[in-house]
Design a protein around this ligand. Structure first.
Ligand SMILES: Nc1ncnc2c1ncn2[C@@H]1O[C@H](COP(=O)(O)OP(=O)(O)O)[C@@H](O)[C@H]1O
Ligand code: SF4
Ligand SMILES: [Mg+2]
Length: 347
């Protein structure tokens, strides 16, 4: 059976003018007719998500996680140049999201593929009651009457464990806590019973206790509705609580992908290993600093040649800076983009 979503060789490029620092762009003529230089923010990204499966997408800030999810929703700014295939298959009908008409995409977005973000306040309308906002999401895609939509909105709020949903439906976003607002966003996302939920750092802005509650809720909803998920986080510990498989992204490139067990028990790419060392464990002594990877993700205008992780990698050899390494299968379903470690493991 074909996967619900198959992302094949997705590449997203931004024109140089869009990625220049503001002080640089003031001095340059951005309207010149000279062909624009393009910077790749995502390169050759491939992964699939099966019905009901949760794929965790992890990587530091600036790795290209959000733009990958926005490409799937077709919500990238117009200046972004996108290539590859984004095949969404439902009831054995396959559609390439990149070539779908705007109208077909509008019908699919929110109904079949829904999205939640880190900061619900940016997605919620501050002057509208939350129940009405969920009802609007239903009216945009369903054949419900206003009355039915209002009832279904309250039902969706109950499904995300908001107590007294009837009363809460009449609240405005500012009357709710951050955790409650995220529950409202989730209610809005699941109200139309989508097949795929894209959750872009949905717990990052929340404190640890609320974060755990939202993760539990997403875990319950996924089983209840057979919901597939692309769950994005910069924190491997968070991803490990919900994902079946994990893709690790660095500077626009998927460097490793595998089942949760493969990524956590036999991490292969030096970047994945670095991220794992930054995860606190039960035996980590309190007060002991966690290992972190020195440096940060390179900005788009200064991506290094070859392996994008090379400037931060202790295992770097001259070969690493020649060409971007290929993804190599190291075990069934476990792929890694580091020939150096793979060779070492074999010998
Ligand atoms: N609209 C845009 N124009 C130019 N560059 C962008 C735009 N959106 C994102 N980028 C760049 O793309 C890269 C990936 O960004 P993003 O997907 O937001 O990373 P992440 O979600 O992993 O933190 C970054 O270098 C970012 O600066
Ligand atoms: S290819 Fe080279 S630089 Fe890149 S992760 Fe592997 S060893 Fe490090
Ligand atoms: Mg992001």
């Amino acid at each position: 059976m074909s996967p619900l979503l198959e992302v094949r060789n997705l590449t997203i490029e931004f024109p140089a003018a869009a990625v220049r620092t503001s002080s640089e762009s003031k001095n340059k003529d951005t309207h010149s007719k000279v062909p624009q230089l393009l910077f790749p923010a995502a390169r050759d990204v491939s992964f699939s998500i099966r019905e009901g499966e949760v794929l965790g997408l992890v990587g530091e800030s600036g790795s290209g996680k959000s733009i990958t999810s926005l490409a799937i929703m077709r919500l990238l700014p117009q200046q972004a140049k996108v290539s590859g295939d984004l095949v969404f298959s439902e009831d054995s009908a396959a559609k390439n999201l990149l070539t779908l008409s705007d109208e077909s995409m509008r019908q699919l977005r929110g109904a079949k593929i829904a999205m939640i973000f880190q900061e619900p306040m940016t997605a919620l309308n501050p002057v509208m009651r939350v129940g009405d906002q969920i009802a609007e999401a239903l009216l945009a895609h369903g054949t419900h009457s206003r009355r039915e939509a209002a009832q279904l909105a309250v039902q969706a709020m109950a499904e995300v464990a908001i107590s007294e949903p009837d009363r809460r439906a009449r609240d405005h976003p500012h009357q709710l806590s951050g955790g409650m607002r995220q529950r409202v966003m989730i209610a809005m996302a699941i109200a139309n019973r989508p097949r795929l939920l894209i959750a872009d750092e949905p717990t990052t802005a929340l404190d640890v206790t609320i974060q755990a509650q939202i993760l539990d809720l997403l875990g319950e909803l996924r089983h209840k509705f057979g919901l597939a998920m692309l769950f994005i986080a910069h924190d491997l510990a968070v991803v490990s609580q919900i994902a079946d498989r994990v893709a690790v992204m660095y500077a626009g490139v998927v460097v490793e992908i595998g089942t949760k067990a493969q990524i956590f028990k036999t991490p292969t790419h030096p970047y994945t290993r670095g991220l794992l060392e930054a995860v606190p464990r039960l035996n980590t002594e309190r007060g002991q600093p966690l290992q972190t990877i020195e440096g940060s993700v390179p900005p788009l205008h200064s991506l290094p040649p070859g392996c994008t992780f090379a400037p931060r990698c202790d295992l770097r050899i001259p070969e690493c800076t020649r060409a971007l390494p290929e993804l190599i299968e190291v075990a069934s379903g476990h792929w890694c983009r580091c020939p150096v470690v793979i060779r070492e493991n074999k010998s």
